[in-house]
Design a protein around this ligand. Structure first.
Ligand code: SF4
Ligand code: SF4
Length: 119
């Protein structure tokens, strides 16, 4: 009897699922989404690579002139991230001294190629 009632209730109620990706769910504040690097802010300090527990950040040689507190400096390295190895812990963002590596408030793409990079 209760099964029949539940069937009838579900028949006339709204669905619990949505038609993703056509419909989007609201993303909460503080969501750890897709990782991004703001290249002109990066000073090449390697902190992000040192704290990353998934070892998905590699520092590569890169001599680029950047501005830090009004002074021009030439950094020696910059990070690249293996995007699909990232576990979204947020430590790189937390420890970056110049807010150059951030977790965007957007859903990540999916994939299986662990070698895909964020540069
Ligand atoms: S958020 Fe990703 S890239 Fe950043 S420290 Fe964690 S695992 Fe590494
Ligand atoms: S992203 Fe931040 S922590 Fe990583 S090397 Fe650049 S400045 Fe340093």
């Amino acid at each position: 009897m209760s099964v029949l009632r539940e069937m009838l209730e579900n028949l006339f109620s709204r669905p619990f699922t949505i038609l993703y990706p056509k419909e989007k769910v609201p993303i909460p504040v503080g969501f750890r989404g897709k990782i991004a690097i703001v290249d002109e802010k990066c000073i090449g300090c390697s902190r992000c690579a040192r704290v990353c527990p998934a070892e998905c950040i590699t520092m590569i040689p890169d001599e680029t002139e950047i501005e830090v507190k009004g002074k021009k400096i030439v950094r020696k390295k910059r990070p690249v991230v293996k995007f699909f190895r990232c576990i979204r812990c947020g430590l790189c963002e937390q420890y970056c001294p110049s807010e150059a590596i951030i977790m965007k408030c957007q859903l990540s793409e999916s994939g299986t190629d662990k070698e895909v990079l964020v540069q």
